[in-house]
Each structure stands twice: as C-alpha cells, then as structure tokens.
Design a protein around this ligand. Sequence first.
Ligand code: F6R
Length: 241
Amino acid sequence: MVIKKVTDYEELSKKGAQFIAAQIIMKPNCVLGLATGGSPVGTYQRLIKAYQDGSISFKDITSVNLDEYKGLDGTHPQSYRYFMNTNLFDHVDIVKENTYLPDGLEPDSEKACTDYEAIIDGVGGIDLQLLGLGHNGHIGFNEPNTVFEKNTHCVELTQSTIDANTRYFNSSDEVPRQAYTMGYRGILSAKKILVLVSGSAKASILAQVVNGPITPEVPASILQLHPDVTIIADAEAAALL
Ligand code: F6R
C-alpha cells in the first residue's frame, strides 16, 4: 500500500483528480470503477475542470459504480445514479450508455446481482477502482461481516451506515435499508485501487485498515492483499498512522 498524506480535503481532491486524470491520459478508453459519497466530490469537481480546459476526455471511458440503493429510481435525488449524473457524468463527455450502476429498481435481488456481475465481466476488467472508506471500514456497501462476500450481493445496511447517510435524507426513516453492492471479486480484480479518506472520524478505522489484521470485520483491511493500492488521506484521517 502506498499512503500519501496530504494537508486537507482540498489537497486530497487535487491529488485524487491528478491520479485519475493520469490514468485517463495513459489509457483513454479505460474502465473506471467509481464511488459516491462525500470523499470523491472534490475530486470529481477537479476532473470536470480538467475536462473543461481540454486536458482530459471521458468520451471513450466506461464506468462501473460500486453500489446503488435498492428501491430508488435513478431520478431520485439520493440514488447513486442521480449522484453520479449530477456530480460528474452530466458535466463531461462520457457516453451515459457506458456508465453502469446496479439496477436499484430491480426487485429481484438475485437477478440484479447476477446482471451486475455480467456487466462487470463484460466491461473487460476495471483499470482503476476509486473507493471511499466507511466509518465502520466498509468499502462499497460491504459491511463488517463474518465472511468476505465475493460477488455482487444485496446487503442490509448497518445502523452505523444508516446513521452516516441520514444527512442526505430528510430523516433516518427515509434511508433505504438495503443496497446492491459489488463484492470483493469486483473490487480486488481492479488493476489499481485509489482510496480517498478525509476527516478525524476516519482516523481510527484507517489505522485498523492499514495496520490491523485482515478480517471481514474490517472490510477494507482486505486491500492489504492487493498489489497496487494508493491511499490518499488528509492530516486528520492520517493522524493515527
Ligand atoms: C459509495 C460507497 C461507500 C462510501 C463510504 C464513504 O459509493 O460505496 O462505501 O465510499 O461510505 O462515504 P463518504 O465518502 O461519504 O465518507
């Protein structure tokens, strides 16, 4: 694991965007694994700027996102499809048909997950997977568990994740209780992984992820096994490293 410590969220976003832009420049038709949440927003803003000033193009990029709430339509403001459209896709020249997320409106969980596995295989492998880190160590919606779940699956969100995501809804009751998420196979098969971690609330879990045992109780600890992981952490998040 390469750990880059930066001063603050601004610096983290700048470095994150440079990392992704470099990948796009090296391979303009690459497959990007993307994440939602607060951590990558600043990075996406800088990528949009880089597109606007002509430094990069997304026209040949394919993207596969980590996860989607079960039951939310892509036009729902809290759906991850809506997040990706408004925070990145609507502002760059990516072809929307080449952007994939699990189908939140598919009520049959088994079908939704099998379909997404086929998509992950169909895009021919993820070149760079971007991740945020949950307060409980989750990546995607792979919550602390007794096993590492290999494939895309339907998860019951933990109370800690529901609490963390309540800020985006009117009340905690509105937060969906289930989500479809890529499993460890999809994430770990990426050639490169970039993790963005910001804020003091992530310091303790980040220290466990980097220096603790590899255990499904700390989902991101499995990243220790991947040969090409870069973590960009701001000073608050890196305080215990
Ligand atoms: C988002 C995702 C989640 C977030 C994580 C951190 O697609 O899969 O694992 O990356 O919950 O969220 P933030 O960045 O909001 O702290």
